[in-house]
Design a protein around this ligand. Structure first.
Ligand code: ADP
Length: 437
């Protein structure tokens, strides 16, 4: 706080100083000389104090005032108080900036601030990762140089920021990023960027799925309609032709029915929130039932079917789902192995885990197809698969069932040698009964 008396005292001291100088001047008969000398001394003192003030301001590490009394003390104190206030404000400001930075780092989106010249002023860590921006090297760089994608450059030029834009990530060609641009004060821009790779994959899957289902249903319907168009002239049709038409229509309608049932089954498994690990499934009994069905299916192809089933080995799971997965794998082996092949089905304990496998000596599958087999509607040989009544959904169902049971499908296959489809259930899900089930 300013002390008003200080100035009064200072003026009084000045008057006393000149009065003494005047008296001494009169005494030595050098009045003006004495006053000039007194003024000179005062100027020297003034510059001396100024020198120390400058020294304190610019060179001294000491924050507290070096002079505490008089007018200079007052000036020192004033500067000191302003510095302390600034220090507190700076601290508060840097706390606010720190909180803002931490907040922006916690954002689920990558964020960038760009000035009116479109130079990058700041970006969060996610932006550095998603866009591959090295920081602080890229500070001040034009944003269109950091994100050179044509659509983005055009958007920045057009200044029409109402809608988000999807671009390929400049750091990773596999990734799709959605960029939203929000203008704020003084033509600055805030860019919010998020990874929408999964969303766009899902959107693609949805479109493919609708296209596939439509295609799958259109083929049998075209056949049925073709025959139905002939019905008005049924009386003139030879009975042989009529029987063929009816048989074909039946086959096609069964195909449609199977397809719809499998689609429903797949969506039921996907949407199921039934706990998979509560009930013990009697897998040996289930496999013996499938064995009987497989023998019936095998009547034409006459494969050698071997079933090696551990009679006490059970797992916790959902019986209907496991039945569907196991039968799909076994029936596939029968369908996709040439006549009189060898098919081995095993259900065994392997290092505390229950292991299921189906091995055949069929045509095998090329390496490029193996990773795609569990995609919906994916078939290696469409014509052959249709002939077997296959919808291309079987292995998708198997994959979902196994995921539901914390397991996954392993496929090893070689062209001309055969295929081996297997899966393992964890030791926690595996249970050995005391006597054969
Ligand atoms: P589909 O209903 O057509 O049988 P899946 O999803 O069960 O459909 O199988 C997908 C494709 O994988 C089949 O069309 C077939 O080409 C191939 N495939 C499945 N199992 C075997 C196997 N054991 N041997 C050879 N190819 C197989």
């Amino acid at each position: 706080m300013e002390k008003p008396l200080v100035w009064l005292l200072n003026i009084m001291a000045l008057l006393v100083w000149f009065a003494v100088a005047g008296v001494l001047g009169v005494y030595f008969e050098q009045f003006w000389m004495s006053l000039a000398l007194a003024a000179f001394v005062l100027i020297i003192k003034f510059y001396w104090d100024l020198y120390w003030l400058n020294n304190w301001l610019w060179h001294s590490k000491k924050l507290s005032p070096t002079i505490t009394h008089g007018v200079w003390g007052q000036i020192y104190k004033g500067i000191y108080d302003v510095q302390i206030k600034n220090r507190v404000k700076r601290k508060q400001l840097s706390e606010i900036i720190g909180t803002f930075k931490a907040g922006s780092e916690a954002l689920p989106d990558a964020a960038l601030v760009v000035n009116s010249k479109h130079e990058i002023m700041w970006c969060n860590r996610l932006a550095r990762i998603e866009l591959g921006i090295s920081w602080p090297e890229k500070q001040g760089v034009k944003v269109v140089d950091a994100i050179p994608q044509t659509e983005f450059v055009e958007l920045i030029k057009s200044k029409r920021f109402e809608f988000p834009l999807e671009i390929q990530s400049p750091a990773n060609a596999q990734k799709i990023l959605e960029v939203r641009i929000v203008p704020f004060v003084d033509s600055n821009l805030m860019l919010l960027i998020r990874d929408v790779t999964r969303l766009s994959q899902i959107e693609k899957m949805r479109k493919d799925f609708v296209a596939n289902v439509s295609h799958e249903l259109r083929t049998p319907l075209t056949v049925i309609n073709g025959y139905l168009e002939m019905l008005p002239d049924a009386a003139q049709l030879p009975p042989l032709m009529m029987n063929k038409a009816i048989a074909e229509m039946r086959t096609q309608s069964i195909r449609m029915q199977t397809l719809i049932e499998e689609l429903l089954q797949l969506s039921r498994i996907e949407a199921s929130n039934e706990r998979a690990f509560d009930k013990l499934v009697n897998v040996p009994q289930l496999l013996w039932q499938i064995q009987t069905e497989a023998q019936a299916l095998n009547r034409d192809k006459q494969h050698k079917l071997f079933f090696d089933i551990a009679p006490q080995l059970c797992v916790y799971g959902i019986e209907s789902e496991l039945r569907s997965a196991f039968s799909n794998l076994i029936f596939n082996a029968i369908h996709y192995t040439s006549d009189q092949g060898v098919i081995e089905v095993r259900w065994q304990l392997s290092k505390d885990c229950a292991r299921f496998s189906v091995k055949d000596n069929g045509d095998g599958i090329a390496a490029k197809d193996i990773n795609r087999l569990t995609e919906r509607f994916y078939r290696v040989d469409k014509a052959r698969s249709r002939k077997t009544g296959g919808s291309g959904l079987g292995l998708s169902i198997v994959k979902h069932v196994l995921t539901h049971h914390n397991s996954n499908l392993k496929i090893s296959s070689a062209l001309g040698v055969g295929s081996d489809f297997s899966c393992e259930f964890s030791a926690e899900l595996t249970f050995m009964t005391n006597k054969p089930m």
